[in-house]
Design a protein around this ligand. Structure first.
Ligand code: BES
Ligand code: MN
Ligand code: ZN
Length: 484
């Protein structure tokens, strides 16, 4: 799929679909002046009959005859004050393009909808609606038909559309990795995918640490989680170089638990299959590298993905075990199901010591409590550096992929006291998302600016496939950083 801008006086006669977002009956009439006289007459009749109005929720898909366009999609798109009111028409438009099976679409939008964030959200939503995951179905596959999406405008939209291209490539990767079943998507599969990404882009490099190398570095927590599985853990490193080598990289760290049974603290079997998505933090980091490379962002990124399968077996870690992390801190494992923080803490230590990043953003499907707190709407954000958190919240507002801050104050950290080790891996039921954040914070050195995103609610949308969120937010953060 291609996103492009077409000057208002360009011809659209190669296109099968005209999409019009209108905020008044006048703007509808104006955008429809591209239609044949016959179609305009039809439209006039429908308007006179009161079938087409400037009213919330209006979305019409019409087949045309005697016109260059064979399909017409009309969506009422008023200047909106709330996120829901902005995203509603965007969803309707994207859904109509999918159900119409359009191939080449010309899109006319009111000026207020041509701003960066809304246009990016529209491109991303169109791509999401076209996305199919039928790799594991035999028989007929129904690939997306949409090849060209052209925005009719005389504005320079190139910066936004270049990010949209990145988001399309990165989002597809994130969702494909996320949706690949857990018997296929193992830590070693993710290692191969990192190498594939490096093969694709000249300025992306990858390597991975195996069990032996991780042992040599003392990554006892990551290795501890991996030791209950037949498929060995790995630590994956991807580097994107979009700026000079003297600029410190931004670090992205993503939880890559390719399946989370809970380990010896085993989960109930109802919905356990959803734990195939416990690597969506990793998948989002992969998508961010692909997106940054595609959009050619001018910054350096180091991505670190600790990956393991959390299984119960004769060699698995047990409640009560004490592990020694790479940092030297000892961790009492009170619950083997709080495994995400165990693999992340070693990844955080590694990325700080090895790459000295200017800031660190980690992302993880870390706690069920996050879904209870924020549902599937907001990503939870917390960290040690308010300006970085503010940047993330701001980027989420800009890109219509919101994040909400939870307080990471030291009172909560008390809950992590261990009776014999430096820290316990759980802090009890109250504020489970925050105590998980407190655990991670203990592994941040020298006050390096760090933010943690709990994406359990946003990356997983109930019983459906991976949502692709919050890649739009993450890419917006990176794009903003590249501008500075
Ligand atoms: N991967 C889960 C968190 C999760 C649960 C994400 C449900 C999405 C949906 C994580 O490893 C986990 O099991 N967390 C525990 C932590 C608890 C033991 C402190 C949880 O949330 O119950
Ligand atoms: Mn778990
Ligand atoms: Zn998990």
């Amino acid at each position: 799929m291609r996103f492009q801008v077409l000057a208002l006086d360009s011809s659209t006669n190669e296109m099968d679909t005209l999409v019009v977002g209108y905020d008044s009956m006048e703007s509808l009439g104006e955008a429809c002046s591209r239609l044949s006289d016959h179609s305009q007459k039809l439209l006039q009749t429908l308007i006179e009959r009161g079938e087409i109005k400037a009213e919330k929720g209006q979305c019409h898909s019409l087949h045309l005859v005697d016109d260059e366009f064979s399909k017409l999609i009309l969506v009422f798109m008023p200047k909106a004050e709330t996120r829901a009111a902005v995203l509603g028409p965007i969803d309707a438009m994207s859904g109509a393009l999918k159900s119409f099976g359009s191939v080449n679409a010309a899109i006319s939008l009111p000026a207020h909808a041509l701003v960066h964030g809304q246009l990016l959200a529209l491109c991303n939503t169109i791509a999401d609606r076209q996305y199919q995951f039928d790799h594991y179905r035999s028989g007929d596959k129904t690939p997306s038909k949409l090849t060209d999406v052209s925005f009719l405008s005389d504005d320079d939209l190139s910066a936004t559309l270049s990010l949209a291209d990145g988001l399309l490539a990165g989002g597809t990767l994130t969702k494909n990795l996320g949706n690949t079943p857990p018997n296929v998507c193992t830590p070693s599969y993710l290692v191969e995918q990192a190498h594939a990404l490096a093969d694709k882009h000249a300025n992306v490099h990858s390597h991975a640490l195996d069990v032996e190398q991780m042992s040599a570095l003392g990554m006892g927590c990551l290795l501890g989680v991996g030791q209950g599985s037949r498929t060995p853990p790995a630590l994956i490193v991807m580097q994107y170089q979009g700026a000079g080598s003297d600029t410190a990289p931004i670090a992205l760290v993503g939880k890559g638990v390719t399946f989370d049974t809970g380990g010896i603290s085993i989960k109930p079997s109802a919905n356990m299959e959803m734990m195939t998505y416990d690597m969506l933090g990793a998948a989002t980091v992969f998508g961010a590298i692909e997106a940054a490379a595609t959009a050619k962002l001018a910054l350096n990124i180091v991505a670190v993905v600790p990956s393991a399968e959390n299984m119960p077996d004769g060699n698995a870690i047990k409640p009560g075990d004490v592990l020694t992390s790479m940092s030297g801190k000892t961790v009492e494992v009170l619950n083997t199901d709080a495994e995400g923080r165990l693999i992340l803490c070693d990844a955080l230590t590694y990325v700080q010591r090895e790459f000295n990043p200017s800031q660190i953003i980690d992302m993880a499907t870390l706690t069920g409590a996050c879904i209870t707190a924020l549902g599937h709407i907001n990503t939870a954000v917390m960290g040690n550096h308010q300006p970085l958190i503010d940047d993330i919240i701001e980027a989420g507002l800009t890109a219509y992929d919101p994040a909400w801050q939870l307080p990471l104050s030291e009172e909560y950290d008390e809950q992590l006291k261990s009776k014999l080790a430096d820290v316990a891996n759980i802090g009890g039921a109250p504020a489970g998302t925050i105590t998980a954040g407190c655990f991670l914070q203990r592994f941040i050195e020298n006050d390096t600016p760090w933010a943690h995103l709990d994406i359990a609610g946003t990356a997983m949308g109930g019983q459906k496939l991976a949502t692709g969120r919050p890649l739009r937010l993450v890419l917006q953060v990176l794009a903003n950083a590249a501008q500075q």
